[in-house]
Design a binder for this molecule. Structure first.
Ligand SMILES: NC(=O)c1ccc[n+]([C@@H]2O[C@H](COP(=O)([O-])OP(=O)(O)OC[C@H]3O[C@@H](n4cnc5c(N)ncnc54)[C@H](O)[C@@H]3O)[C@@H](O)[C@H]2O)c1
Length: 418
């Protein structure tokens, strides 16, 4: 079936944007150190002029290590990109990166979990607009994104540890359905955020995109997240097949860095940082021998942006994650050391039943195979865990006293305030 109208061809933009890697390093600069500086500037009242952070961000220790995979600066045809979930952790970094590359951004977020602090340094930037819109509101989303050439769809609810299975299913289903439908009407590229959680309890390690997915029963509500994201992947691929829409679904593996939610919503590394810096024991769910791979935010953002600007992965599902498999106990040790502590951390083992009150299927091992992302997009992780944690620690230190209290609240408490 023919698409309604033809927009700017994004692969042309990508071709014109592939240039001096040194310049790209500078443009993509300072995610970790920059966010910490930003937080400090806000806290100390030293205002950052609108738009200046992206233009002036100096190269940092972070960016010296993070080499981009072919996306340069100053595109001949800047895109206007709708980023849903733009006030959240990953979304706000994607916004920073796109603006730094010279594109325009239309940020969409209902501020349910995201924060104004995550994007207010761009308010006044001529290339940035923010729209407080719920992605479940099709008309509102259509109005906000009418001028956009492409979508990066990140707005979502994550694993419902403390409730929210209904919200997870509704937001994640409706959000993707609305984005895809609006994209179809304008023939606009879509990058969909999916998750490693779709692999469930698969034992076929490392997880590759063609592998089988092994989810638990519907009575265990944590699987509602994986199911909702799997639905989004299928929907995206169906739109690609039916309408020729350029869609790529990216399975992110646990990502960390500055601006992460400080509760379990942000993942174990966030909670571990807070505990280490406050001198509290680190809570370990289960025996701590379960493994994960943790991806530094700079690396993930690079993968999202390159997947947007290049067309080699269109119509595909791709893993984006670190292949450094780490046990949760080892993560606790590394966070402890990143906070400047010596010796072994104090640990508190917490049985799953005590925080869910119900059955909770934890995933025993999780590590991606990222061969496809390397082959199609030239993408690979650059930052090792110890290095990324060291880059993240200063932000957590500042966050302890200067971050809004609601960033520490668990999702169930947040839900009640909505
Ligand atoms: N952080 C990770 O490690 C990770 C891992 C796998 C997948 N993902 C996926 O990446 C995406 C971004 O995750 P994140 O870690 O930045 O989460 P986040 O909670 O920090 O950001 C999500 C943003 O979406 C917004 N949002 C939620 N519901 C909305 C709605 N109905 N309408 C508009 N905005 C809404 C929130 O306010 C928040 O700002 C999500 O799709 C998530 O499923 C993240």
């Amino acid at each position: 079936m023919a698409v309604a109208r033809k927009r700017l061809d994004i692969s042309e933009v990508a071709a014109s944007a592939t240039m001096d890697p040194g310049a790209a390093v500078e443009a993509g600069a300072a995610v970790a150190a920059g966010a910490a500086r930003e937080l400090e500037a806000v806290a100390t009242g030293v205002a950052t002029p609108a738009g200046s952070r992206t233009a002036q961000a100096p190269a940092t220790a972070s960016t010296d290590k993070v080499k981009p995979c072919g996306v340069g600066v100053a595109p001949l045809h800047p895109l206007t990109v709708a980023v849903t979930g733009s006030a959240g952790f990953i979304g706000s970094h994607v916004v920073d990166r796109l603006l730094a590359l010279g594109h325009r951004v239309c940020g969409v977020d209902n501020l349910s979990y995201g924060l104004r602090e995550n994007f207010e340094h761009h308010l006044g930037h001529p290339g940035f607009s923010f729209h407080k819109v719920d992605v479940r509101d099709l008309a509102g989303l259509a109005e906000a994104t009418d001028d956009c050439d492409a979508f990066i769809h990140l707005a979502a609810f994550k694993i419902p540890r403390y409730g929210n299975a209904l919200a997870t299913l509704q937001v994640n289903h409706a959000g993707a359905a609305h984005v895809l439908e609006l994209a179809r009407r304008g023939c606009r590229k879509v990058v969909l955020a999916s998750t490693s959680d779709v692999y469930g309890m698969s034992a076929a390690l490392p997880f590759d995109e063609e592998g089988n997915l092994v989810l638990g029963p519907s009575t265990v509500k944590r699987w509602s997240y994986a199911v909702s994201k799997l639905f989004d992947e299928h929907l995206g691929l169906a739109y690609a097949e039916e309408y020729g829409l350029p869609v790529v679904a990216l399975r992110f593996f646990g990502t960390y860095g500055p601006r992460h939610h400080l509760s379990w919503w942000g993942g174990p590394q966030s909670v571990f940082f807070s505990c280490c810096l406050e001198g509290k024991p680190i809570p370990i769910h289960g025996d701590g021998l379960q493994t994960r791979s943790f991806t530094f935010i700079d690396d993930l953002v690079e993968g999202i942006v390159v997947a947007l600007l290049r067309d080699e992965a269109d119509g595909r599902v791709l893993n984006l994650g670190s292949q450094e498999e780490v046990a949760i106990l080892e993560l606790a040790r590394q966070v402890h050391h990143a906070c400047g502590n010596e010796g072994e951390p104090r640990l508190e083992f917490v049985p799953y039943s005590s925080f869910t009150g119900q059955r909770y299927d934890d995933v025993r091992r999780r590590v991606p195979d990222c061969t496809l992302a390397a082959q199609l997009l030239g993408w690979q992780v650059r930052v090792r865990l110890a290095e990324g944690l060291a880059l993240t620690a200063p932000w957590h230190r500042l966050s302890l006293t200067r971050r809004p209290e609601r960033m520490r609240e668990e999702p169930a408490a947040l839900e009640a305030t909505r």
